[in-house]
Design a protein around this ligand. Structure first.
Ligand code: ACO
Length: 407
C-alpha cells in the first residue's frame, strides 16, 4: 500500500521527475548478497541460512566469517579465522588516554562514537580501501577491538582499571572477562551466560539496510576512512527508534513496574496525542513476529532458569504486556509485534550488564554487519557516492536587499 510518490519537479524549478519516499519505505539503495528479510512472513536469512539455525547451531565468530566470506567456515577455516581475530584484540596504549578525556558519567554510546572514530587516526596512513587485503584487515581489527573498547567504556564509567583481553577465552567469554574481572579477582565464565551473550551477538549481527547500516554505507560511499564510517553507524544506532530501543525498553518495563499498570501504558501507546510508544514493539520491515525475538524470548527463559531467578517482576510485566498487546485491535491492525529488543534487555540485566551498556553491546555485535556492507559496497566496480535528492519547498528566487532596507 505504501510507495514512493513520483513528483514532477519542473514546477518547483528543477529538471524532470523525482521519487519522493520519506523514510525510504519503498526505496532500495543498493543490491546486496548478505541478508534477506521477508517481513510479511517473519523470515531472516544471512547468506541463505535461517537466523534461528545460526543462533542455535553456530557461534558469533562463525557468523562473522559467514557474513564476510559468504559461507560458514569448516573447522580449519574457523580455527584460522579465530586466531587472526584474537591477534587484534588489544588496543593502542594511547587509546587509554583518550578515554580519560571523557567525563566519567558520559553515556557509553557517546564514548563509543568518539573512540571508534578516533581509530581512524590510528589506522590511516597505510589504509587502501580499494585493496581487498586491507579491507579484510579493517574487518578483523574491528571485530577484535569492539569488545575491548566496549568493556573499557564500562570500566571507565565505574572507575576500575581496564582489563586486558584474554585470548584463550571465547569471544563472548573474553568480553565478560573484560567487563567483570578485576586485577584482584578472576571472573569465572558461566557457560550458559556465555552462550546467551554469544546468541545476543548473533541476533544483532546484521539486518540489511537499517538506519545505522545505511549511515555506514552513505558515509563510506564518499571513500571516507572506515573507522569514521563505523562511528557514523554507532551514532545512528544510538536513537531509541533503532538500537537505543533495548535500553528504552528495559526502562519502560521498569517504569510500568507491575502487571496491573499495563493497561494504562497500552492506552498511552494508542493515544495519538501522546508521543509514548511501546518500546521493543513494531518494526519497519517485520509485519509478523520478528524471528530474532522468538530466539531471544527462549534464551531469556534459559538464562533466568540457570541463574535461579524464579520471580522476575520485569519479565512478568514483559510477558503480560506482550499478551495484552497481541490481543489488542490497535496492535493487530498495525501488525505491531515484539522486536529483537523486547527481551534482550531482560537477559542483559540478569547477566549484570548495566542498562546504559545495552546499546553498546548492540553496536559491538552489529559492527560485523556494518563492515561487511562497507566491504560489499567497495567491491563494486561501479560504486557511486550516495546522494539523495530533495523536493525543495522553500522561497522562490529573490534579490538580496541592503541590510537597512530589510524589514
Ligand atoms: N507503539 C505504539 N504505536 C506504534 C508503535 C509502538 N511501538 N510502533 C508503531 N506504532 C504505530 C504508529 O503510531 C503508526 O500508527 P498510525 O498508522 O495510526 O499513525 C503505525 O504504528 C505505523 O508506525 P510507523 O511509525 O509509521 O512505523 P515505522 O516503520 O516508521 O517505525 C519503528 C518503525 C520506528 C520501529 C516503530 O515501530 C517504533 O517506534 N517502535 C518502538 C521503538 C523500537 O522498538 N525500535 C526498535 C526497532 S528494531 C531495531 O532497530 C533493532
Amino acid at each position: 500500500t505504501e510507495g514512493p510518490e513520483v513528483i514532477d519537479v519542473r514546477a518547483l524549478g528543477s529538471h524532470g521527475y523525482f521519487t519522493y519516499d520519506p523514510g525510504f519505505v519503498s526505496t532500495a539503495s543498493c543490491k546486496s548478497k548478505i541478508t534477506f528479510i521477508d517481513g510479511e512472513k517473519g523470515v531472516l536469512l544471512h547468506r541463505g541460512y535461517p537466523i534461528a539455525q545460526l543462533a542455535t547451531q553456530t557461534d558469533y565468530l562463525q557468523v562473522c566469517y559467514l557474513l564476510l566470506n559468504g559461507d560458514l567456515p569448516n573447522a580449519e577455516q574457523y580455527a584460522n579465522f579465530k586466531k587472526r581475530v584474537t591477534y587484534h584484540t588489544m588496543v593502542h596504549e594511547q587509546i587509554n588516554s583518550l578515554f580519560k578525556a571523557f567525563r566519567r558519567d558520559s553515556h557509553p554510546m557517546a564514548i563509543m562514537c568518539g573512540i571508534a572514530g578516533a581509530l581512524s587516526a590510528f589506522y590511516h596512513d597505510n589504509l587502501d580501501i580499494y585493496d581487498p587485503e586491507h579491507r579484510e584487515l579493517t574487518a578483523l581489527r574491528l571485530i577484535a577491538k569492539m569488545p575491548t573498547l566496549a568493556a573499557m567504556a564500562y570500566k571507565y564509567s565505574i572507575g576500575q582499571p581496564f582489563m586486558s583481553p584474554k585470548n584463550d577465552l571465547s569471544y563472548a567469554g573474553n568480553f565478560l572477562h573484560m567487563m567483570f574481572a578485576t586485577p584482584c579477582e578472576e571472573y569465572v565464565v558461566n557457560p550458559v551466560i556465555e552462550k546467551a551473550l554469544d546468541r545476543i551477538f548473533i541476533l544483532h549481527a546484521d539486518h540489511e539496510q537499517n538506519a545505522s547500516t545505511s549511515s555506514v554505507r552513505l558515509a563510506g560511499s564518499s571513500g571516507a576512512n572506515p573507522y569514521a564510517c563505523i562511528a557514523a553507524g554507532i551514532a545512528s544506532l544510538w536513537g531509541p527508534a533503532h538500537g537505543g530501543a533495548n535500553e528504552a525498553c528495559l526502562r519502560m518495563l521498569e517504569r510500568i513496574g507491575t502487571v496491573d499498570r499495563i493497561p494504562e501504558f497500552i492506552a498511552k501507546a494508542k493515544d495519538k496525542k501522546d508521543p509514548f510508544r511501546l518500546m521493543g514493539f513494531g518494526h519497519r520491515v517485520y509485519k509478523n513476529y520478528d524471528p530474532r525475538a522468538t530466539v531471544m524470548r527462549d534464551t531469556c527463559h534459559e538464562v533466568l532458569k540457570e541463574l535461579n531467578i524464579k520471580d522476575h517482576p520485569i519479565l512478568d510485566v514483559a510477558v503480560e504486556l506482550e499478551r495484552i498487546a497481541r490481543s489488542d485491535e490497535y496492535f493487530i491492525e498495525r501488525k505491531l509485534y515484539p522486536n529483537v529488543d523486547f527481551y534482550s534487555g531482560i537477559i542483559l540485566n540478569a547477566i549484570g550488564i548495566p542498562t546504559n551498556m545495552f546499546t553498546v553491546i548492540f553496536a559491538l555485535a552489529r559492527t560485523i554487519g556494518w563492515i561487511t556492507h562497507w566491504i560489499e559496497m567497495n567491491e563494486e566496480a561501479d560504486s557511486r557516492i550516495g546522494r539523495p535528492r530533495q523536493i525543495y519547498i522553500g522561497s522562490p528566487t529573490r534579490d538580496v536587499r541592503p541590510i537597512n532596507e530589510r524589514e
